[in-house]
Design a protein around this ligand. Structure first.
Ligand code: FO1
Length: 340
């Protein structure tokens, strides 16, 4: 089976590897394409989003999964599009009251957002997996796409800075990701396994997309899970296109610390730096890197890494941009699979 066989039950299975908001926005773009195809009788698009869980934390006794929730809320139409996290039209009564009790409120849980953590924690305490709880929440919010935690085992990203080793949200929120990062650790990752649902999605994919998420702390943990890179290579060998989108545009990260991490962890904050990062860590994995037109000049340096670069609408400011980028990626994938 490969992506050249339109006959294969017709449905096009697109699998996106995602971290926070960049991955959520691209995934939303894919669902906009899926909806348009349903309306126009085009080839059905079935989306699975494999999401990083290394940002997860326990707070007030509750399990909080920021990247899963950003994808869930964005696909459900509930996302706060200004912040890129949490729920829109949020209220903060609970956080206010917690503050009155002297509880920490540097990581603010809105009242609607809190419901997600309460239900998730309750279901997991009752023995449910993170995968099954996420599917229940997605179904309840009317999300058709499969939102798949990369693993059901706990994985916690930790970052070594001049202030010592920090938990991810301490680094990212409490300290405003201002600390230069000298080393990364993903506690629990070596014992963790991709879930059966993740393995099945990777094996049945017609198109594999690395979203414009942080290559170090969002895409990295997913690709660091035992067996994931091997399954991706098997997919490429079957002619399945593997397309990445640069999270660095014009030398800066569209959101978050990715550009500074290139400086402190090695590499350079540029589209070429992203290509080198992926080519060195995961040789032969990525076929095509979508770069913004501002980075046209990086084309030769990218080609030198063995990755083909294509200039596309890499910046997503609104829904039209999200759909445009998703369509662009699917067109690239179509070209790649016929080239293969
Ligand atoms: N980011 C912040 O900068 N400040 C916050 O108070 C904050 C709260 C928060 C609550 C729930 C949630 O799912 C995400 C939240 N985030 C907050 C964003 C979070 O740190 C990031 O979404 C990821 O961890 C980075 O991708």
């Amino acid at each position: 089976m490969n992506s050249r066989d339109p006959a294969v039950d017709g449905v096009q299975h697109v699998v996106v590897l995602a971290g926070g908001y960049g991955g959520a926005k691209l995934s939303h773009g894919m669902t906009l394409v899926a909806t348009a195809r349903r309306a126009e009788g085009g080839r059905p698009l079935d989306l699975s989003v494999i999401v990083n869980t290394g940002d997860d934390l326990e707070l007030h006794g509750l399990l909080v999964s920021p990247d899963l929730d950003t994808v869930l809320y964005t696909l459900a139409g509930w996302a706060n599009s200004e912040t890129g996290w949490g729920v829109r039209d949020e209220t903060w009564s609970n956080a206010d009251m917690l503050g009155r009790y002297g509880a920490p409120t540097w990581f603010s849980l809105g009242d609607r957002d809190l419901a997600t953590h309460v239900l998730r924690t309750e279901r997991i305490r009752a023995g449910a997996t993170l995968t099954s709880v996420t599917a229940e929440l997605a179904r309840a919010l009317g999300v058709r796409a499969r939102i798949l935690p990369m693993t059901d085992a706990p994985v916690r990203t930790r970052l070594r800075t001049d202030a010592g080793w920090l938990d991810f949200q301490d680094y990212f929120v409490r300290r405003h990701h201002a600390d230069p990062v000298h080393e990364l650790r993903f506690d629990g990752l070596t014992d963790a396994r991709p879930t059966p649902e993740v393995s099945a999605a990777l094996r049945s994919a017609h198109v594999l997309v690395l979203a414009p998420s942080n290559p170090f702390v969002s895409i990295g943990p997913i690709l660091g899970l035992a067996g994931v890179v091997d399954v991706l290579h098997e997919a490429r060998a079957r002619g399945v296109p593997v397309v990445a989108i640069s999270p660095i545009v014009g030398g800066v990260a569209l959101r978050g610390p990715a550009d500074r991490m290139f400086r402190s962890l090695g590499g350079e904050p540029s589209a070429a730096g992203v290509a080198r990062h992926y080519a060195e860590r995961y040789p032969g994995l990525i076929e095509t890197l979508v770069i913004d037109e501002q980075d046209l000049g990086d084309g030769e340096a990218i080609a030198a890494t063995g990755i083909r670069s294509v200039v596309g609408p890499a910046v997503m400011r609104d829904d039209a941009d999200r759909r445009r980028l998703a369509e662009f990626v699917l067109d690239i994938a179509e070209q790649d699979s016929t080239r293969a």
